[in-house]
Design a protein. Sequence first.
Length: 128
Amino acid sequence: MSDKVTKIIENIGALSVLELNDLVKALEEKFGVSAAPVAAVAAAPAGGSAGSEPAEEQSSFTVVLKDAGTNKIAVIKALREINPNLGLKEAKDLSEKPGAVVTENVNKAAAEEAKGKLTAASATVELK
Protein backbone atom coordinates (compact mmCIF):
# COMPACT_ATOMS: atom_id res chain seq x y z
CA MET A 1 0.00 0.00 0.00
CA SER A 2 1.28 3.49 -0.76
CA ASP A 3 2.17 5.96 1.98
CA LYS A 4 -0.72 8.19 0.89
CA VAL A 5 -3.28 5.42 1.38
CA THR A 6 -1.77 4.41 4.73
CA LYS A 7 -1.95 8.00 5.99
CA ILE A 8 -5.58 8.33 4.84
CA ILE A 9 -6.52 5.11 6.64
CA GLU A 10 -4.79 6.29 9.82
CA ASN A 11 -6.58 9.66 9.64
CA ILE A 12 -9.96 8.00 9.09
CA GLY A 13 -9.30 5.69 12.04
CA ALA A 14 -8.76 8.73 14.27
CA LEU A 15 -12.13 10.33 13.41
CA SER A 16 -15.10 10.30 15.77
CA VAL A 17 -18.43 8.82 14.73
CA LEU A 18 -19.86 12.27 14.01
CA GLU A 19 -16.83 13.18 11.92
CA LEU A 20 -17.12 9.89 10.01
CA ASN A 21 -20.78 10.68 9.32
CA ASP A 22 -19.79 14.11 7.97
CA LEU A 23 -17.07 12.48 5.84
CA VAL A 24 -19.52 9.99 4.34
CA LYS A 25 -21.99 12.77 3.50
CA ALA A 26 -19.25 14.87 1.90
CA LEU A 27 -18.04 11.91 -0.18
CA GLU A 28 -21.60 11.14 -1.29
CA GLU A 29 -22.07 14.73 -2.45
CA LYS A 30 -18.63 15.01 -4.07
CA PHE A 31 -18.87 11.78 -6.09
CA GLY A 32 -22.65 11.50 -6.51
CA VAL A 33 -22.92 8.10 -4.82
CA SER A 34 -24.90 6.71 -1.93
CA ALA A 35 -23.31 4.67 0.85
CA ALA A 36 -26.61 3.73 2.52
CA PRO A 37 -27.50 0.68 0.37
CA VAL A 38 -24.01 -0.77 0.71
CA ALA A 39 -24.06 -0.49 4.51
CA ALA A 40 -27.58 -1.89 4.73
CA VAL A 41 -26.78 -4.78 2.39
CA ALA A 42 -23.77 -5.71 4.48
CA ALA A 43 -25.81 -5.54 7.69
CA ALA A 44 -28.81 -7.50 6.41
CA PRO A 45 -27.19 -10.96 6.09
CA ALA A 46 -25.48 -10.66 9.47
CA GLY A 47 -28.77 -9.83 11.18
CA GLY A 48 -30.60 -12.62 9.38
CA SER A 49 -28.09 -15.34 10.23
CA ALA A 50 -27.59 -14.26 13.85
CA GLY A 51 -31.28 -13.61 14.61
CA SER A 52 -33.16 -15.94 16.90
CA GLU A 53 -36.38 -15.59 14.85
CA PRO A 54 -35.38 -16.35 11.24
CA ALA A 55 -38.90 -17.49 10.34
CA GLU A 56 -40.28 -13.98 10.95
CA GLU A 57 -37.46 -12.19 9.12
CA GLN A 58 -38.19 -12.11 5.40
CA SER A 59 -34.99 -12.01 3.35
CA SER A 60 -36.35 -11.59 -0.18
CA PHE A 61 -38.78 -8.87 -1.20
CA THR A 62 -40.81 -7.94 -4.25
CA VAL A 63 -41.65 -4.29 -4.89
CA VAL A 64 -45.12 -3.88 -6.42
CA LEU A 65 -46.36 -0.61 -7.92
CA LYS A 66 -50.02 -0.25 -6.92
CA ASP A 67 -50.66 3.21 -8.40
CA ALA A 68 -48.45 5.78 -10.13
CA GLY A 69 -50.17 8.68 -8.40
CA THR A 70 -50.37 12.21 -9.76
CA ASN A 71 -46.77 12.82 -10.86
CA LYS A 72 -46.27 10.10 -13.47
CA ILE A 73 -43.14 11.67 -14.94
CA ALA A 74 -41.40 11.51 -11.57
CA VAL A 75 -42.55 7.89 -11.15
CA ILE A 76 -41.14 6.99 -14.58
CA LYS A 77 -37.83 8.63 -13.65
CA ALA A 78 -37.80 6.74 -10.34
CA LEU A 79 -38.51 3.45 -12.13
CA ARG A 80 -35.59 4.03 -14.49
CA GLU A 81 -33.39 4.98 -11.53
CA ILE A 82 -34.29 1.75 -9.74
CA ASN A 83 -33.85 -0.36 -12.88
CA PRO A 84 -31.40 1.33 -15.30
CA ASN A 85 -32.10 -1.37 -17.91
CA LEU A 86 -35.63 -0.04 -18.43
CA GLY A 87 -36.17 2.09 -21.48
CA LEU A 88 -38.48 5.08 -21.41
CA LYS A 89 -41.37 3.17 -23.01
CA GLU A 90 -40.97 0.17 -20.69
CA ALA A 91 -40.93 2.44 -17.63
CA LYS A 92 -44.01 4.30 -18.89
CA ASP A 93 -45.86 1.01 -19.55
CA LEU A 94 -44.88 -0.26 -16.10
CA SER A 95 -46.16 2.92 -14.45
CA GLU A 96 -49.55 2.58 -16.18
CA LYS A 97 -50.06 -1.04 -15.13
CA PRO A 98 -51.55 -1.37 -11.62
CA GLY A 99 -49.98 -4.19 -9.64
CA ALA A 100 -46.81 -4.14 -11.76
CA VAL A 101 -43.75 -5.81 -10.26
CA VAL A 102 -40.91 -3.29 -10.12
CA THR A 103 -38.22 -5.57 -8.65
CA GLU A 104 -38.23 -9.17 -7.45
CA ASN A 105 -36.08 -11.11 -5.00
CA VAL A 106 -34.22 -8.10 -3.59
CA ASN A 107 -33.01 -7.64 -0.03
CA LYS A 108 -34.86 -5.45 2.45
CA ALA A 109 -32.54 -2.46 2.02
CA ALA A 110 -32.93 -2.41 -1.76
CA ALA A 111 -36.70 -2.88 -1.47
CA GLU A 112 -37.00 -0.03 1.05
CA GLU A 113 -34.84 2.21 -1.15
CA ALA A 114 -37.02 1.49 -4.20
CA LYS A 115 -40.17 2.06 -2.16
CA GLY A 116 -38.80 5.37 -0.87
CA LYS A 117 -37.96 6.62 -4.36
CA LEU A 118 -41.36 5.67 -5.73
CA THR A 119 -43.39 7.06 -2.82
CA ALA A 120 -41.40 10.30 -3.03
CA ALA A 121 -42.53 10.47 -6.66
CA SER A 122 -46.22 10.14 -5.60
CA ALA A 123 -46.60 6.40 -6.27
CA THR A 124 -48.34 3.88 -4.03
CA VAL A 125 -46.05 0.90 -3.44
CA GLU A 126 -46.35 -2.43 -1.64
CA LEU A 127 -43.57 -4.71 -0.43
CA LYS A 128 -44.26 -8.43 -0.58
